[in-house]
Each structure stands twice: as structure tokens, then as C-alpha cells.
Design a protein around this ligand. Structure first.
Ligand code: C2G
Length: 129
């Protein structure tokens, strides 16, 4: 049973998020997704439109996802990897290299992002309507 974990805001869920979660599921048997809380997003300097509970419920409803947990801090990753016996940490390559310190604890994989879509682009398109 290989277990994969990823972390993210998943605001205004879009095809880039879905493509990532779909590819993640092909890397293991069980996929855990840590969804950034509203408070943690403030720390990340990220303004979200959709509250955490709704973002978490949407991610939890994706068929590739087995479990959703809150992401409350930068520091929780190592604890999560140990707590859930994670084999592979995966995240989009916009974070390339940023989480290499986790290599002592599990495999670390950076996947290509889906081009042409992002929450920021969606927000800008909506405000232009
Ligand atoms: N993503 C993607 N393609 C896009 C947009 C996003 O593959 N077009 C991926 C990102 O690379 C990330 C995941 O989808 O792996 C979630 O993206 P965000 O919600 O923007 O997550 P982020 O704010 O980068 O939070 O501790 C890690 C952070 O919480 C990551």
C-alpha cells in the first residue's frame, strides 16, 4: 500500500487541480490531500475566495482523493509524513526544489503544472466580465 500526499489551497477548483490529483492517484494506492486553512493562507499571503470547509469538501468529493486533512503550517509536513506513513510527497513544479528537505523522509516528486489555468487567471477573467 503506497501512500501519496500533497498540499495546496485548491481555491476555485479547476482543471489544473484535477489533472494534478488524477496524476497523483497513479503514483500510489492512497492519496491524502492537505488543504490549506484560511488562516494558513493568510500566512502564505494568499487571499482565497472559497472558505476552507467548502474547498475541503470539494477536494474530498474527487474520486482520486482518499483523505483530506487541514494544512495549518509550513512545518507540519514531516509530522504528516510520519503520522500517515507516506511514501511519496508530490506537488506542482512551481514549487520545484522547495521541499527537497523532505527527501530524508519520503520520495519527493514535482509534477508539471497544467498551463493556461490558475485561480489568479480565473479571478482576473471574472473581474473582466
Ligand atoms: N497546480 C497545477 N496546475 C495549475 C495550478 C495548480 O498543477 N494550473 C497545482 C499546484 O502546483 C499545486 C496544486 O495544484 O501542487 C494546488 O495549487 P494551489 O492551490 O495554488 O496550491 P498552493 O497555494 O501552491 O499551496 O505547502 C504547499 C502549499 O500549500 C501549496
Amino acid at each position: 500500500m503506497t501512500k501519496v500526499i500533497t498540499y495546496g489551497t485548491f481555491d476555485m477548483f479547476h482543471i489544473g487541480h484535477l489533472n494534478l490529483l488524477k496524476r497523483l492517484k497513479s503514483l500510489g494506492d492512497e492519496l491524502i490531500v492537505a488543504v490549506s486553512t484560511d488562516e494558513f493562507n493568510l500566512l502564505k499571503g494568499k487571499k482565497t475566495l472559497i472558505p476552507w470547509q467548502q474547498r475541503a469538501d470539494i477536494v474530498a468529493a474527487i474520486k482520486y482523493v482518499d483523505k483530506v486533512i487541514p494544512e495549518e503550517s509550513w512545518e507540519q509536513k514531516i509530522e504528516d509524513i510520519n503520522k500517515y506513513n507516506i511514501d511519496t510527497f508530490v506537488i506542482g513544479n512551481d514549487w520545484e526544489g522547495k521541499f527537497d528537505f523532505l527527501k530524508e523522509h519520503c520520495n519527493v516528486v514535482y509534477l508539471e503544472r497544467t498551463e493556461g489555468v490558475s485561480t489568479t487567471l480565473l479571478k482576473n477573467s471574472l473581474s473582466a466580465i
